[in-house]
Design a protein around this ligand. Structure first.
Ligand SMILES: [Zn+2]
Length: 584
C-alpha cells in the first residue's frame, strides 16, 4: 500500500521524478480543461484480486480497510493527464478552465453495463407510467397528463404500462372509462407484470377484437355487457392486443435508444454493451453518433437473429471507432431458452417437469454456420447459454472451432449468463479463454424458483460466481436491463450479499458464491473494458485513459463489508464521459 502511493507520486511527477516521468503530465503553464478536487478516488489501477477474492498486495487495502488512493484528477481533451493528491491540485489549479469540488464524494472508474437492451429501456421510459396507481380514475388521469405532455394527436396510439394486475384482479377496470377520456385515440395499458392489458374501444377495433373473437389457448378475453369485450385481456390473449400496436417509426425508435442511454448516463454508466443490436439499433446508434448525441459509449453486439444485418457486417468486418464512442465488433447469438419458462437446456430432466430437458441449438434457432463465419471475420461472439447442457454444448462448439482455428481463441468470446454449469465444465471457460457475462441480480431474483427447477444438486453450479473465479474465469457483470433494475448499487448489493432488496434470505442465498465489492467493481469497470477491447483506454483512473468517471455518495468498498444493507441507498452524484458531465 505504502509502496504503491510513493510509486504513484513518482509517476505523476510530484516527488523525485525523472524528466521522462514528467513528460506524462502537462507542464503547469498550459491550460487544462478540468480539475476534480476533494474526491475520494479509487483508481482501480492496481492488480486484480485473486480467485478467492483477496486483494493484491498493490491494492490500497490495509487492516481490513480500503483507503482511497487519490483526491485529484486533472483532465484535458477528454483524457486524464494527472492523478494524485492535493499537491497536483496546486500545480494545475491556476491554469484550469474549470475546477469541480467533489466535496468528499467517492470516484470510481466509469461504470460499464456489459449486457443491456437499451431500446426496451427507453420504450418503458417513454410510455405512460402507471406504476403505483391506486384507482382506475387515477390511471386515466395519468394517461391524460401523459398525452398532454407528449402532445399526442388525435388518432395516435397511446401506450402505457404499470397498473397492478394482482391488486385489481377482483375489480378490473373497463374500456368505458378509457373511452370517455380518449374517444379519438387507441389506448393500450399493459399491467405491471405484463399478464393483463386494459384497452379502449378504439384499440379493440384496431385489433379486430369483438364479441365473436375466441379467447386463445392460455388466454382470456374478459366479456362485459352483451358479450362484448370489457377491455381487459388476460395472459396469452394480451398478444392479440399488443401485436396490433403499430411498430415505432425509426425516429421514435431512435428517441427510445437516446432516452435509454440518457437514463444510463444519469445512473452512473459511461458505456453499455448492447446485447443484440438489430438493424434498427445499429441505425439509431449510427445516427446519434453522427449527430454527436451519444451521451455514453456504445459497444454493439449484432443480433445473430437479424440475418440481413449479419450478412452486411460479414462483408464489412468489425468496426472500431477511432473516437471510441461506437464499436461494432461483437455478435450476440442465442443457444437455449430461459430457466424460469423451462426453456434452458439441461443435461437431465427438470426437477419439476420429468421428461423435459428444455430446448437448444438448431431447435432454438442457433445458426452454427453463421456464427462460425462471423468468428472467421474476427468478430467476438457472445452466446446466450443458461442450462448446464446449453453451456456444455456451447463450450463444445467453441472448443471444436478453436481446434481448427486456433487464432480465433484470442477474440475474447463470451457466454452470456453462463447460469448453470456442470462441475466438469467449470474449468473449461478459462481453458478456452471464454468470458462469463453474468448478472448479480438474477441470482437474487431467480432464487424463488430456481431450486425447484434444478433440485438440490444442480443448484450448486448455478450463478456460481465464486466457483468460476476460483478457476480463473474472466467475469463481467451486468444487469440485462430492463428485465432487472440496472442500478449499480442493486447489482453490487446482490453480488456481495446474495440477498434481495428485502434482505432475504438473512444469511444470503448460497452465500459461498458471493463476490467481494472489489471484484464486483472490477466486473463493472476494468473487466468489461477488456471484454470490449478497450482496456487500454477505459476501466481505470490512470494517466492517458479516457476521463470516464462515476461519482457517488457512498464508499462501496468499505460499506460492502461494514453495512451492506446501506448500499441500496447509494446515489450517483455525477457521470463524466471523456471529461464531460453527462448526467442531469
Ligand atoms: Zn439479455
Amino acid at each position: 500500500m505504502r509502496a504503491f502511493l510513493i510509486c504513484t507520486l513518482i509517476v505523476f511527477g510530484l516527488v523525485g521524478c525523472s524528466p521522462s516521468d514528467k513528460m506524462q503530465t502537462n507542464s503547469n503553464t498550459d491550460s487544462v480543461d478540468l480539475i476534480l478536487t476533494n474526491g475520494e478516488v479509487y483508481t482501480f489501477s492496481w492488480s486484480e484480486p485473486n480467485g478467492n477474492g483477496e486483494p493484491s498486495d498493490q491494492a490500497p487495502f490495509n487492516n481490513s480497510r480500503w483507503v482511497p488512493d487519490a483526491t485529484t484528477i486533472v483532465i484535458d481533451k477528454g483524457k486524464i493527464i494527472a492523478v494524485g493528491d492535493d499537491a497536483i491540485r496546486s500545480e494545475y489549479e491556476s491554469s484550469a478552465k474549470k475546477v469541480i469540488d467533489l466535496k468528499g464524494n467517492i470516484v470510481l472508474p466509469g461504470l460499464i453495463d456489459s449486457h443491456v437492451h437499451i431500446a426496451e429501456l427507453g420504450e418503458v421510459l417513454s410510455r405512460a407510467n402507471l406504476i403505483g396507481v391506486k384507482t382506475h380514475q387515477e390511471a386515466v388521469e395519468r394517461v391524460m397528463n401523459y398525452a398532454k405532455e407528449n402532445n399526442i394527436k388525435e388518432g395516435e396510439w397511446i401506450v402505457g404500462q404499470g397498473w397492478d394486475e394482482g391488486a385489481w384482479a377482483d375489480n378490473y377496470p373497463t374500456r368505458s372509462i378509457l373511452d370517455k377520456a380518449f374517444p379519438h385515440n387507441p389506448v393500450v395499458l399493459k399491467s405491471l407484470h405484463g399478464f393483463a392489458v386494459w384497452a379502449n374501444s378504439k384499440a379493440l377495433v384496431a385489433a379486430n377484437i369483438s364479441a365473436s373473437t375466441q379467447s386463445p389457448v392460455g388466454g382470456f378475453i374478459v366479456q362485459g355487457e352483451n358479450g362484448l369485450p370489457s377491455g381487459i385481456l388476460l395472459n396469452r390473449a394480451t398478444t392479440l392486443m399488443m401485436d396490433a400496436i403499430p411498430p415505432a417509426s425509426d425516429q421514435v425508435f431512435e428517441q427510445w435508444v437516446l432516452a435509454g442511454l440518457n437514463r444510463m448516463a444519469n445512473d452512473g454508466y459511461v458505456a453499455i454493451h448492447q446485447a443484440g443490436a438489430d438493424s434498427r439499433h445499429i441505425n439509431a446508434f449510427e445516427s446519434l453518433h453522427r449527430q454527436n448525441k451519444l451521451p455514453i459509449k456504445v459497444y454493439a453486439m449484432i443480433s445473430a437473429r437479424d440475418s440481413e444485418l449479419v450478412e452486411e457486417w460479414i462483408s464489412r468486418g468489425p468496426y472500431i471507432d477511432p473516437d471510441g464512442w461506437f464499436d461494432v465488433r461483437s455478435v450476440k447469438a442465442y443457444y437455449d431458452g430461459a430457466l424460469g419458462s423451462r426453456g434452458a437446456r439441461l443435461l437431465d430432466d427438470y426437477a419439476d417437469q420429468p421428461g423435459h430437458k428444455g430446448v437448444s441449438g438448431n431447435q432454438y434457432g442457433y445458426n452454427q454456420v453463421l456464427v462460425k463465419r462471423l468468428m472467421a471475420k474476427g468478430f467476438q461472439v457472445g452466446i446466450h447459454a443458461i442450462g448446464d447442457a446449453g453451456n456444455r454444448e456451447t463450450l463444445d462448439f467453441f472448443a471444436e472451432y478453436f481446434a481448427k482455428n486456433p487464432e480465433a481463441k484470442s477474440n475474447r468470446h463470451r457466454i452470456e449468463h453462463a447460469q448453470i454449469l456442470h462441475p466438469d465444465d467449470l474449468p473449461r471457460l478459462a481453458e478456452l479463454d471464454i468470458i462469463a457475462s453474468m448478472e448479480p441480480a438474477h441470482a437474487v431474483e431467480d432464487k424463488k424458483w430456481a431450486e425447484t427447477r434444478l433440485g438440490p444438486v444442480r443448484i450448486a453450479g448455478a450463478y456460481a460466481w465464486r466457483d468460476l473465479r476460483r478457476v480463473n474465469t474472466k467475469l463481467i457483470l451486468n444487469s440485462d436491463l430492463p428485465g432487472s433494475d440496472h442500478s449499480f448499487f442493486y447489482g453490487l448489493h446482490s453480488a456481495v450479499t446474495r440477498k434481495d432488496k428485502q434482505m432475504d434470505p438473512e444469511d444470503g442465498w448460497y452465500p459461498e458464491q458471493r463476490l467481494t465489492a472489489e471484484e464486483t467493481i472490477f466486473g463493472f469497470t476494468r473487466w468489461p473494458a477488456f471484454a470490449s477491447f478497450r482496456e487500454n483506454s477505459m476501466g481505470q483512473i490512470k494517466v492517458g485513459y479516457a476521463a470516464d468517471l462515476t461519482v457517488m455518495n457512498i464508499d462501496p468498498l468499505n460499506m460492502s463489508s461494514q453495512q451492506p444493507s446501506r448500499l441500496l441507498n447509494g446515489k450517483i452524484m455525477m457521470t463524466l464521459v471523456n471529461g464531460s458531465v453527462v448526467n442531469n
